[in-house]
Ligand binder design. Structure first.
Ligand code: ADP
Length: 210
């Protein structure tokens, strides 16, 4: 059993790396961002309550996001998890402690200009969630997912103004979570200096940290 948190600013690649790690380690990838988008797409009452936050790049209130995560975690955790997108505030880190312990936090460190560049050209599959990039990780057929043939879409929060808001929220509310875990000896820092390195190669390096 291995309980991993992948932490980093929006656009640091955490979703992409977590998906590859899921395959390599055979441990489930839990993305709160994907859980949020599922609730919104399914038109649930929770989805209606959080849509506005998500679309404008604001954090969903801690209690709501923790309830969404708990619902997913109740489905089973026997192998552990690769948790991505959570915790994003000190309060959430405290709430997570009540639900489960964790073994390691990978802290992705990526400069702002790389983030803005990546997010403004990001695409995602509507069906299976796989992430592409119009410039660096193109699908074989434009607009279609290589894995499942699903339709690729641009997230509403991947527009320049919303990206800047997400970065601001990250710096103010999420970045302090790194210090919280550092004092507990759980942080492994990962700096990706080469924004063009392939996700598979990055994950090789992340695996050495685990
Ligand atoms: P990003 O690419 O910015 O990391 P995510 O896909 O992880 O985006 O999340 C998208 C949106 O979902 C966030 O902007 C936020 O509104 C909501 N969200 C996801 N995880 C959390 C969380 N742990 N706390 C609060 N809001 C969250």
């Amino acid at each position: 059993m291995l309980r991993i948190v992948i932490f980093g600013p929006p656009g640091s690649g955490k979703g992409t790396y977590a998906a590859i790690l899921q395959e390599r380690l055979d441990i489930p990838h839990i993305s709160t961002g994907d859980l949020v988008r599922d609730e919104i797409r399914n038109g649930t009452s929770v989805g209606k309550a959080i849509e506005e936050y998500s679309n404008s790049g604001k954090l969903v209130p801690d209690d709501i996001i923790t309830a969404i995560l708990e619902k997913r975690i109740r489905l089973g955790l026997s192998k552990g998890f690769i948790l991505e997108g959570y915790p994003r505030s000190i309060e959430q880190a405290k709430q997570l402690e009540k639900i489960t312990g964790i073994d390691v936090v990978i802290n992705l460190d990526v400069p702002d200009h790389v983030i803005v560049e990546r997010l403004s050209s990001r695409l995602q599959c509507r069906k299976c969630g796989t992430i592409y990039n119009e410039r660096t990780m193109k699908p074989r057929v434009p607009g279609k997912c290589d894995k499942c043939g699903g339709e690729l879409f641009k997230r509403v929060d991947d527009q320049p103004q919303v990206i800047l808001e997400r970065l601001k929220v990250y710096k103010e509310t999420s970045a302090p979570v790194v210090d919280y875990y550092r004092t507990r000896g759980l942080i492994k820092d990962f700096r990706n200096d080469d924004p063009d390195s392939s996700p598979e190669v990055v994950v090789d390096r992340i695996m050495k940290l685990i």
